[in-house]
Design a protein around this ligand. Structure first.
Ligand code: 13P
Ligand code: SF4
Length: 368
């Protein structure tokens, strides 16, 4: 069954029953199943998930923390992952044969991860080897398919998250002269810039046209950035920053490094989801913040810190649509299917792919 067929197949779609249940009924169902299954069930929830889902998470975290928790959890037979597809794949790779990982809605993908596929990656690698020889180490943001992680692992590279990107880029340069960073050009550019690599030493690989975008002599290239981006974080602009500076000059601006270079450069602080949460928590009462990251998280921070003035850097921002596909109805469906022993929405990475993908993930986890 190809991916389209599997998405269209009936047992991948939310059954009518859950659409007709009230919020109370759904919440009671989830509570009841959690109580019955106890430690056999583990529900990790990414910080960008909706409140209606995150209230039932056994652990919340950014992508690094959720990967670490998955690797450490040996008790749960069933892991119902409230996040997006690549995170559930990562959990499957890092857990044992006896543990099963489920994604409550198979449509919860990531538009950034979709900007690089394994065929494009292999084509790019061949092309870049011709240009640069054996001088490149591949690094992939965890926001990528298991197949790409596997390719990276097989070629000596590692995964990175926004929490450890600097450390991983430094490590990559201890291994090879250059690096290929997939699939987020902005995280790659911001991270390399922070460790002292000039913007004029970074080329962009365009996977659609199979070309390298770079002005200057090729020997100068140290970082090759895959031309991908997050469709959520790219919506924060220099105009948003100018508006905040004009209307709220005392407000601090903090953004995720998936934002464009010019946005990060004009902000006061930039860092991973976790970094943003900790910065807000540590800030004094009465402080004022404009946050450039996903809207479910920004709204949660606003609710959790009524003593602080917090706004979204972009007042017209929406939540991440794919993260939002996991809702209370899908969670209830997923849990009930697990309880009834049905094989619904299981995420299983084939063994061949998983072996090398695990290498790439473990290299990161050891250094984190
Ligand atoms: P974190 O690594 O900060 O959890 O980010 C994951 C993600 O998808 C950001 O858009
Ligand atoms: Fe992907 Fe961006 Fe959504 Fe994160 S916020 S899951 S990178 S689309």
């Amino acid at each position: 069954m190809n991916i389209l067929e599997s998405l269209e197949s009936k047992n991948r779609m939310l059954p009518e029953k859950y659409r007709n249940m009230s919020v109370d009924e759904l919440e009671n169902l989830v509570r009841d199943i959690k109580a019955k299954m106890g430690k056999k069930l583990f529900i990790p929830g990414h910080h960008y998930q909706k409140d209606e889902v995150i209230q039932f998470a056994d652990a919340t975290g950014d992508s690094l923390k959720l990967a670490q928790l998955s690797a450490d959890n040996k008790d749960a037979e069933h892991i119902v992952f409230c996040g997006v597809h690549f995170m559930a794949e990562t959990a499957d790779i890092l857990t044992t044969e006896n543990q099963r990982v489920y994604l409550p809605d198979m449509r919860a993908g990531c538009s950034m991860a979709d900007m690089a596929d394994i065929y494009q990656t292999e084509r790019a690698w061949e092309f870049l080897q011709v240009l640069f020889g054996d001088t490149i180490l591949p690094l992939t943001y965890v926001n990528s398919t298991a197949a790409i992680k596997s390719f990276v692992g097989a070629n000596g590279g590692a995964t990175v998250t926004s929490s450890n990107a600097e450390k991983m880029v430094r490590w990559a340069f201890s291994q090879k002269e250059r690096l290929l960073f997939l699939p987020d050009q902005h995280l790659g550019r911001n991270t390399a810039f922070n460790i002292g690599i000039g913007l004029d030493e970074m080329a962009v690989y365009n996977p659609i046209e199979n070309i390298l975008e770079f002005d200057g002599p090729l020997e100068k290239v140290k970082v090759i950035l895959w031309k991908g981006h997050c469709s959520v974080h790219e919506n924060f602009t220099v105009e948003n920053i100018a508006d905040v500076r004009r209307t709220n000059p005392d407000m601090k601006i903090i953004v995720h490094p998936e934002c464009r270079r010019e946005v990060v450069a004009l902000s006061d602080m930039a860092g991973s989801t976790n970094y943003i949460i900790e910065a807000i928590e540590a800030s004094p009462k009465g402080s004022a913040w404009a946050i450039g990251t996903e809207m479910n998280l920004v709204n949660r921070l606003i609710a959790q810190h009524p003593d602080k003035h917090i706004v979204s850097l972009n007042p017209h921002m929406c939540p991440c649509l794919t993260m939002n596909r996991i809702d209370l109805q899908h969670l209830a469906w997923s849990l009930e299917s697990v309880m009834e022993g049905q094989e619904t929405n299981i995420i299983k990475v084939d063994e061949n792919t998983a072996t090398n993908a695990k290498l790439a993930l473990e290299r990161m986890l050891e250094l984190s």
